[in-house]
Design a binder for this molecule. Structure first.
Ligand code: C2G
Length: 442
């Protein structure tokens, strides 16, 4: 019996895939199809796969051509598979010509002519492109612009800014560069807002009223009432209002949370997160991003993801700037849960080690500084030889995955959100307590 093996993502299965599978099958008597796992596609840079692994496997199964389906999960697996399944022929489309010659020591390698004129990317692109407008003056917009190029199906069409001095030539070259939001709205379907936190409410309200979906840098608003009003409005009008915490979209962060929730370090007793920077020192003018608005929501993310939002008690202690009574140079927030505690330390004028430590009854997770944009973490135990290190590729600080999630939500509804509505709301509640003066002065 001649065994043939072939691999692919098979996203939105089309005629090109089916023709390839038919010819692969015809090369022998038994066809094994390796479907790429979601994680493997991410590491090889395919971030825009539309269907889940299960859906893609189902589609391949439905062709009736595969005698066996396996999942491809890591670099180098093809070698292991060819040995394990004793494949006689490895085959793949001619777009890969030469790339798999190294497998010819193990079996025969056949490149089949690719079907021209059809591809998953084209099928994806046929869906209408989502046009995003930018609102704000921050240099973070430059990163956002760069990152958007890695996501199929979006186009940045304009910017609404009062101060253009920190924006890249690429942004200034967009078709719509304006200080009028109304003009921007004419040229987009959705907006990314990174204005000052106290302007968020008005900016979001105006954008939703103009029927635009909104991705807004966190915190979305500075009061729960404002948040409720906006999120109600968005829901009633079928619009997305998404919280922009990019850490939530990093692969390492997500895997770490899943492992912790899966029990690798036993019951969680403490979560301690630190985020600081000294960038804004000396610039403590009213309206600038203080520690609370710049860092608090990011630091609350692992705490709320792991322990939930039902804490029993909370205390905020802050060192306030001499120049601005709303500018906390440093804050520490402690949350007390029924069976655990959590703390976060944030600073825009105080420096500390930006690490994340999650302590459990069997061990702890250590995420080194800067944990909010890390590609690496360790699970550590009493017996050091049991320690495990985890590495993931972090492309673009998570921004491209944030954009991808935004367009998926626009296309398919809010179920693709990584930050639950309840979490966003609770984060705003904490931040607003600070603004109401509910803190201990250091
Ligand atoms: N294919 C084809 N004609 C097309 C499109 C795809 O013949 N118009 C072939 C590809 O060459 C590949 C298979 O169909 O052999 C699956 O294609 P993809 O889903 O795009 O998967 P790919 O990224 O090529 O993964 O480890 C993964 C594999 O190396 C291939």
């Amino acid at each position: 019996m001649v065994k043939v093996i072939t691999y692919g993502t098979y996203d939105l299965l089309h005629e090109g895939h089916i023709r390839l599978l038919k010819r692969a099958k015809a090369l022998g008597d038994y066809l094994i199809v390796g479907v790429t796992g979601d994680g493997f596609d991410l590491t090889r840079g395919k971030i825009n796969v539309q269907q889940s692994l299960v859906e893609r496997i189902e589609a391949v199964k439905a062709t009736g051509l595969a005698d066996q389906i396996i999942v491809e999960e890591y670099e180098g697996q093809k070698i292991d598979d060819i040995r394990r399944y004793e494949a006689d022929i490895f085959t793949v489309g001619s777009d890969w010509k030469g790339k798999f010659d190294y497998l010819s020591d193990l079996c025969k390698v056949v490149y089949l002519e690719r079907t021209e004129g059809i591809s998953s990317s084209e099928i994806r692109a046929e869906k209408r492109e989502i046009r995003i407008g930018l609102i704000g003056d921050s240099p973070i917009l430059n990163k956002f612009m760069r990152e958007s190029r890695h996501v199929n199906g979006v186009k940045i069409t304009g910017v609404c800014a009062r101060d253009l001095s920190q924006l890249s030539d690429e942004i200034l070259g967009l078709q719509c560069v304006t200080d009028s939001a109304d003009l921007l709205y004419e040229n987009c379907d959705a907006v990314y807002i990174i204005s000052k936190p106290e302007s968020h409410f008005q900016d979001i309200k105006a954008s939703l009223e103009a029927r635009k979906h909104v991705l807004c840098e966190s915190p979305i608003t500075l009061s729960v009432e404002e948040y409720d009003q906006l999120s109600e409005y968005a829901k009633r009008n079928g619009l997305i209002l998404m919280d922009g915490i990019k850490t939530a979209y990093s692969t390492a962060f997500n895997r770490m949370i899943l492992l912790v929730k899966g029990g690798v370090i036993g019951d969680i007793v403490s979560v301690d997160a630190v985020c600081t920077s000294l960038r804004n020192i000396g610039a403590e003018q009213p309206g600038l991003w203080n520690s609370m608005s710049f860092w608090a929501t990011t630091a609350m993310l692992p705490i709320f993801d792991i322990l939930g939002t039902d804490y029993k008690d909370k205390q905020i202690a802050s060192r306030i700037s001499e120049h601005d009574d709303k500018f906390d140079l440093f804050s520490k927030i402690t949350f007390v849960y029924p069976h655990a505690v959590a703390s976060l330390k944030i600073g825009q004028g105080v420096k500390s080690e930006g690490e994340l430590i999650i302590s459990g009854t069997k061990g702890y997770v250590y995420v080194p500084a800067p944990w909010w944009k890390t590609d690496y973490f360790e699970v550590r135990y009493e017996n050091q030889s049991d320690n495990k290190r985890f590495f993931y590729k972090l492309e673009g600080e998570g921004i491209r995955f944030e954009i991808l999630s935004f367009i998926r939500q626009i296309e398919n509804g809010a179920k693709f959100s990584y930050i639950g509505e309840n979490t966003s709301r609770k984060m705003i509640e904490v931040v607003s307590d600070f603004y109401k003066g509910d803190f201990v002065r250091l």
